[in-house]
Design a protein around this ligand. Structure first.
Ligand code: NAP
Ligand code: ZN
Ligand code: ZN
Length: 346
């Protein structure tokens, strides 16, 4: 079936309306009528091919919420009308050690990205959520708690799980101090989720204009990274810092803020290498940890956690024709705190 979408036809052009083909649902497929699609900074990296891995045309969008419109005859987990989501992955090998452990994001053969990638047949291009419908195999579809606002729940599918997963992995909890570096889409979810785990959260931001929001998002404190006095006060302060910055920046400053044996959790994916001064690691036995989204099982756990605690993203809803403008604002760090596209406008 032909559906409407917005696509980057090449890495240099703005996104434009574009028709794409969605497959007829197979026996284990779910056809979803998309209601809302979040804009992740990864969409910008991919649409502009900044990581050098995108296949064009790129129809971005991996924070997808909608309702089930049709199910294949072997689908057991979902019913027509149910509210569901799709995140960053639509398939994986399902047989390697990582897949068997529910860590499909670390699949030995590479997971199939929701967009800009090839299906496991090696031929069919995947298209993401900036469109009216998507067809996804049921094992990669998530249940969205019905008590959550569906538009504000969409960003949980990437920004939510990408911050939830490493914070769970390191065992963040009461009595611990978490710094959140960069207050954008991922950063503001790290604040909300970190606070829900009982940690004392401090926002570490380059934007003074975001100071007023830090407390309402759930942070105990805010510090401006460009202010040397504030940074001095926080030396050796944090158990963990989650770094969500989308571009090249100084990670040595962040290491200095960690306690002995503290961990810098890297989720921001700058296309340029970051400079690491090893002494900031060596002298207090500090650590660095990378983390990629989260597995399907953990994504469902995160959604249920958010349902229970009433956690959603703080969003600005836009029409599809504003996508390119939204990208420019995100690059300037001016989103508060996630753009979500109303799928009726595709
Ligand atoms: P975003 O909403 O644009 O937020 C990024 C924030 O970083 C900005 O709001 C800004 O916060 C800060 N920043 C500081 N200097 C910047 C600069 N030169 N350019 C851009 N931002 C700057 O982005 P996002 O959607 O949260 O994504 C953040 C990064 O994580 C991206 O690189 C994205 O690709 C990556 N990502 C990784 C994973 C993963 O699995 N590891 C998953 C999703 C996304 P302040 O104004 O507070 O300084
Ligand atoms: Zn993302
Ligand atoms: Zn695998």
């Amino acid at each position: 079936m032909q559906v409407r979408s917005y696509a980057a036809l090449d890495p240099k052009s703005s996104l434009v309306p574009h028709m794409i083909e969605r497959r007829k649902p197979g026996p284990r497929d779910v056809l979803i009528e998309i209601e809302f699609s979040g804009i992740c900074h990864s969409d910008i990296h991919m649409a502009r091919n900044e990581w050098g891995i995108a296949l064009f045309p790129v129809v971005p969008g991996h924070e997808i919420v909608g309702r089930v419109k049709e199910v294949g005859n072997q689908v057991t987990k979902f019913k027509v009308g149910q509210r569901v989501g799709v995140g960053c992955m639509v398939d994986s090998c399902r047989t390697c050690g990582s897949c068997k452990e529910g860590l499909e994001q670390y699949c030995d053969q590479g997971f199939v990205g929701t967009y800009g990638a090839l299906e496991r047949d090696g031929k069919t291009l995947t298209y993401g959520g900036y469109s009216t419908h998507i067809v996804t195999q049921e094992d990669f579809v998530l249940r969205i708690p019905e008590n959550l606002d569906p538009a504000a729940a969409a960003p949980l599918l990437c920004a939510g799980i990408t911050t939830y997963s490493p914070l769970r992995y390191v065992g963040l909890g009461k009595g611990q101090k978490l710094g959140v570096l960069g207050l954008g889409g991922l950063g503001h979810m790290a604040v909300k989720i970190g606070a829900s785990f009982g940690a004392e959260v401090t926002v570490l931001s380059g934007s003074l204009s975001k100071q007023a929001d830090a407390k309402s998002l759930g942070a105990a404190d805010f510090a401006l990274t460009s202010d040397p006095a504030s940074m001095d006060k926080l030396q050796n302060h944090f158990d963990f810092i989650i770094d969500t910055v989308a571009a090249k920046h100084d990670i040595n400053q962040a290491f200095g803020l960690l306690k002995r044996e503290g961990t810098l959790i890297m989720v921001g994916a700058s296309e340029k290498p970051l400079d690491l001064g090893v002494f900031s690691l060596i002298f207090r036995r500090r650590k660095m940890l990378g983390s990629l989204i989260g597995g399907i099982r953990e994504t469902q756990e995160m959604l249920d956690h958010c349902g229970k605690h009433g956690i959603t993203s703080t969003i600005e809803m836009i029409a599809a024709e504003k996508i390119n403008e939204a990208y420019e604002r995100m690059i300037k760090g001016q989103v508060k705190y996630r753009f979500v596209i109303d799928a009726k406008t595709f």
